[in-house]
Design a protein around this ligand. Structure first.
Ligand code: C5P
Length: 220
């Protein structure tokens, strides 16, 4: 059972993917965390994230390991816990430039396919290109969407207390990142032709989880 969950930021992808994996006893992989991890490594090692050639050269260097437990997802970079640092605004602002570099994608797609192949009980993999590129033969493909208003409101609430940003700034940063992710040449954010689209704007998180669990059970 391989479940691919794609969509732009703020649609509830991570919360939904983790809850569905936990409910159904499946492994979990957050591919966005991997792109963030490699971006954090580039930033901390003084590599200019806008220098695609430099990023490509360094793409193979960090050792990135993702935990597969949906109740406690972990990610390490060169054996250092990077779960906190990968969520800063600095990393968020830089990640689209790094994730557009083909060498970075090739490296991480290989890790992602290995994780899926090794997950014997099945896995939920979330990202932007899972259904289209990473796992085109996934058992079930979901594409989550939501209005820009709903997505910006959720992201602002998430950031509250951490790195406060107002709604307008969050909305602008999110739109910029989505445009970069959708517009890049190598495997852009896109809905696979055979993905089920779920608009989460008017749904609670529990309703989205329920909907995806039902879709998975129909495939079992
Ligand atoms: O999901 P999250 O917002 O953490 O993803 C961070 C970034 O990683 C995205 O904005 C995108 O640039 C990149 N990404 C990607 N392909 C994926 C998952 C994430 O390019 N499969």
């Amino acid at each position: 059972m391989i479940v691919a969950i794609d969509g732009p930021s703020g649609t509830g992808k991570s919360s939904t993917s983790r809850a569905v994996a936990a409910k159904l006893g499946l492994s979990y992989l957050d591919t966005g965390a991997q792109y963030r991890a490699i971006t954090w490594w580039m930033l901390t090692n003084g590599i200019d994230v806008n220098d695609a050639a430099g990023v490509a050269d360094a793409a193979g260097k960090p050792v990135i390991v993702s935990g597969s437990d949906p109740a406690a997802p972990t990610i390490t970079v060169d054996a250092v816990d990077a779960s906190g640092p990968i969520r800063t605004q600095e990393v968020t602002a830089a990640v689209s430039a790094v994730s557009a570099v083909p060498e970075v994608r090739a490296r991480l797609v290989e890790l992602q396919r290995t994780a899926a192949a090794e997950a014997l009980a099945g896995i939920v993999v979330e990202g932007r290109d899972i259904g289209t590129t990473v796992l085109p033969d996934a058992t079930l493909k979901i594409f989550l969407t939501a209005s820009e208003e709903a997505r910006a409101a959720r992201r602002t609430a998430e950031l509250k207390g951490k790195e406060a940003q107002d709604l307008a700034a969050t909305r602008a940063a999110m739109a910029k990142r989505d445009a970069a992710d959708s517009g890049r040449k190598t495997s852009p954010l896109a809905k696979a032709d055979d993905a089920v689209e779920v608009d989460t704007s008017e749904l609670t998180l529990d309703q989205v989880i329920e909907c995806v669990v039902t879709l998975v059970e129909e495939k079992r």
